[in-house]
Design a protein around this ligand. Structure first.
Ligand SMILES: [Zn+2]
Length: 482
């Protein structure tokens, strides 16, 4: 592999690249799914290859190959150079990279139990136990559970002398119950509806979910939702659980702070942004309570790594500080345009893709409102919503509507009536501006979101969101049917 890396960088240099980097990536994924007491799917796949990115006359070129041979490095380097020369013809201004110093280092996800070393039998037993517990609840039509494992081994090297080896290990799992009657279907997922919980770490994280322990209540809630009344429409105080806060952060803060979207250079998947750079340091994004960080160093986060795919070290930087917009997710190309150095959020899904600005772990800092129970007790009249079911947000990430799996009305500080199909709607800065309480560190969870899509061709992004239950005053709820 060293040969291939050297050949790639030498060739790019010789052919006229002002800058070049090469990534050699090997990715393995495994997923096990159980449905209604049967093994539904057991998939395992590997992919390996390398990508070369070059800058020629201030224009990018990229090419990639699955043939890991030194001679192929020459061919791919030439192809990348040709593409860069062609891109230069349509380029508006030359790309200029920031002054991030090149680094030689290595990084490994910390884990106790290698998720690939745990036997299929054991994983299957864990899912079957949860399935059996759900099956004991009458009225559940579909029971599902899955566990996942991922490993990425990659090397990054550049013509400026960077050389970084990384091994990222991921583990995840979750369950879902579906109840059906003549007229509708209701679902409950544990612990979230985005693939359960996925972390960078070992299988110990899956064991800690105690899927079987939570299976019965998950199934019972799906059944109970069938007979629950609809969420009433109105304007009321809204408490979101931490999984829904996580998705709210993802859609209304994570995506609009991606600086490539802000500049309009990456507009696929409904993506520009209302957070234009003239608002940096002046826009009131939320209330005083709201501080949001991009933290690629958070232990266990699905957006945690040592270095991004441009060789920039993982960092923890504020995006929103006490309600004020103070930062963006940047790359080496975009950061200088706002007078900064990259904060390290350029990542590629795999060897065959060019890095784009992707969220790291976009975390809402915990507040001082104690536990969820404390926050409900502090709320006279309102609604608590839990686990995302649907979402919709406009191109600029301003107007949104979310639906959740379950809601509970709050009366005089008590969680009362269960309601189904709860929804809420808002406008991003007004909504975050109405946030007056966030639960404390003990109620804060760093959720993994394994299915963020961006770019063309589409790239999957593994990102994280730390969140605690939070309260928003005077929110429009119960609008529309989902
Ligand atoms: Zn996304």
């Amino acid at each position: 592999m060293n040969d291939l890396i050297e050949r790639a960088l030498d060739a790019a240099d010789r052919l006229g690249a002002g800058y070049a980097d090469v990534r050699v990536v090997e990715r393995s994924n495994e997923q096990l799914t159980v449905k209604n007491g049967q093994l539904e799917a057991a998939t395992s796949n590997q992919s390996a290859g390398f990508g070369i990115r070059v800058l020629v006359d201030g224009a990018w070129g990229f090419s990639a190959s699955a043939l890991l041979e030194p001679a192929e490095a020459d061919r791919i380097a030439r192809e990348a150079i040709d593409i860069a020369r062609a891109s230069a013809l349509a380029q508006q201004g030359p790309v200029e990279l920031d002054d991030t110093p090149p680094v030689t280092d290595s990084y490994r996800t910390a884990y106790r139990e290698d998720p690939f070393a745990v036997s299929l039998d054991e994983k299957l037993r864990l899912l079957m136990d949860a399935d059996a517990a759900m099956a004991r609840v009458p009225g559940v039509a579909i029971r599902e559970g899955s566990v996942t494992a991922g490993r990425e081994i990659k090397t990054f090297a550049s013509t400026t002398g960077a050389r970084i080896d990384q091994e990222i290990v991921e583990s995840g799992g979750g369950i879902e119950a579906t109840a059906v009657n003549d007229s509708e279907m209701q679902q409950r997922s544990y612990p979230s509806s985005f693939g359960g919980q996925v972390v960078t770490g070992g299988f110990e994280a899956v064991r800690a979910l105690d899927l079987a322990e939570h299976a019965q209540e998950t199934a019972e809630l799906a059944v109970a939702l069938l007979d629950a009344p609809q969420c009433p429409p109105g304007e009321m105080d809204l408490i979101l659980d931490s999984t829904q806060v996580a998705l709210q952060i993802h859609e209304s803060c994570g995506h609009p702070t991606e600086l490539d979207r802000v500049f309009g250079t990456e507009a696929s998947f409904a993506g520009t942004s209302f957070l234009t750079t003239d608002k940096l340091g002046s826009l009131r994004y939320g209330s005083e309570q709201v501080s949001i960080d991009a933290d690629a160093t958070a232990p266990g986060g699905l957006g945690t790594f040592g270095y991004d795919d441009e060789g920039v070290p993982a960092q923890n930087v504020p995006l929103v500080e006490n309600g004020l917009l103070v930062g963006y997710l940047t790359s080496r190309e975009t950061a200088p345009q706002i007078g900064r150095r990259s904060m390290g959020s350029a990542r590629a899904w795999t060897w065959s893709h060019i890095p784009l600005i992707r969220m790291t772990n976009i975390n809402l800092r915990p507040g001082d409102a104690g536990s969820l129970e404390d926050l409900i007790a502090d709320t006279r009249e309102g609604i608590f919503m839990s686990v995302n079911k649907s979402w919709s947000i406009d191109d600029r990430r301003l107007n949104f509507q979310f639906g959740d799996q379950a809601g509970w009305l709050i009366r005089n500080g008590k969680r009362t009536q269960l309601v189904k199909n709860p929804t809420y709607t808002g406008i991003t800065p007004k909504f975050w501006g109405s946030c007056d309480a966030i639960c404390g560190p003990d109620a804060w969870t760093l959720w993994g979101l394994p299915n963020c899509g961006k770019g063309e061709p589409m790239q999957v992004g593994h990102v994280g969101h730390g969140a605690a239950p939070a309260r928003f005053r005077g929110v429009k709820v119960g609008v529309g049917r989902w």
